[in-house]
Design a protein around this ligand. Sequence first.
Ligand code: NAD
Length: 478
Amino acid sequence: MKMVIDGQQVDSSNGKVIEIRNPATGELLDTVPDATIEDVDRAIAAANRAQKEWAKLLPIERANMLYKVVEIARREIDDIAVLLSKECGKPLREAQFEANEFPDLLQEYIEKYKHLEGRVIENGFEAGQDGNLFVTVRMPYGVSVCLVPFNYPVELMAQKISSTLLAGNTAIVKISPYNPLSCIRLVNMFKEAGVPDGVLQIITGGVEVGERLTHSDQIHMINFTGSTATGTKIYEAAAKNLTKVSLELGGNDAFILCEDGDIDLAVEEVVAGRILCSGQVCIATKRLLIQNSVKEEFTNKLIERFKKIKQGDPLDDNNDMGCMINEAAAEKVQKQVELCVAQGAKIALGGTHEGAFYRPTVLVDCTRDMDVMKDMEIFGPVASIMGFDTVDEAIDIANQSSLGLGGCVFTSNMKTALKVCREVITGSMNINASSLLRSHEMPFGGAKKSGLGREGVCVSFDEVTQEKTIVFRNLHLM
Ligand code: NAD
């Protein structure tokens, strides 16, 4: 496949390509261009040219064009799901769910956009302002770079480009070099729907492509989802030009099971919250804090449940779990597990991998001084368990991480639940379910080093636009 720059499907200016392989089988799926700096600069120029006309269209004209994309996407979604499963290694049913998120999210953003309202601040509410009526309108920033991670490329691209484009910005998507194929197919649908050249472009390539985009003073907003390490570099680059940023970053979510919580439910929620996408989820349940009085029972049940998980060919519906994005990712998890063991943890199950297939793993005897209980995000199917005695202690351990994306608490006492939800510093908390939930409507995002800003149908238009005040003056003289 090729990149999309200024409405054309193009190769890299130096002809270099990146091979895209199925991580489960090693099969070569396709190649994509390895973009050069020259390619990036061409896309930035095209996005700036296109933005002026795009912003002048009526909101309903932009909305109607994107409705056509929804229709086209729905027709092709089954094919996209198979491609997504192959390029990510995630089970087909997970890929089907994610692929359907694309038209669903786009449609919901369009519906919301058609009902956005501005503000009117009447004259006379403030002394001396009796002749001034204030009306606010939302302006696009201009050209937005949308940087997407490998774990949910289709869903996260939809989250970013829907609001960005509807609000009158143009967008350059920089996709992960591991699995860009489904997103390229989706971007091509925008041309088919009549969206003008340069309004939505997609570039494939490595870190230098992302750096060129985020350092440019011709970019007016950076909308990033990815790791905290990369997000920090992007924030530094953005500061140079005072570019607006929205950062959705990594997490190390605490899962707190109190002794009065439902243990069987908690076990099932860990399976759902740690095994989906082979554990490569920002809001996966990563640090399992279990009250000591129920720790043994919970751990035994979790191990028995993890043993039953079928791992194998992602396209085979009998399997519960596929593989990670590549063997290097599994190797990285292996090293992190080894570090946990060196710091005192024991492997109660798993702890090995074959190629990109990392086995469901349970680590026990974790203690609060270990990296895994602080900032080390294990992006793989590893459940790290440690005990606690009091709820205050669990809250304290949860808060010792500099990350604060999500979290959860299992208890039958609503007073305890609310205390934990209020005192654990995160962007969201769940009661009696794992933190792994991202509804379209909820304001999604992190506290502390898990991000800046919120994403979701109810909040994204505030992120991708800036409020401008128009003042009707001297009304008292008329
Ligand atoms: P990553 O930070 O390595 O890469 C994300 C994107 O940024 C990719 O497209 C990559 O090519 C690009 N990139 C890398 N270095 C760059 C640089 N210096 N300048 C500009 N762009 C650069 O993340 P990943 O490994 O693809 O994804 C996993 C991480 O993303 C995890 O930490 C996970 O928690 C996080 N994540 C967060 C959310 C959220 O909503 N908070 C959602 C999904 C994933």
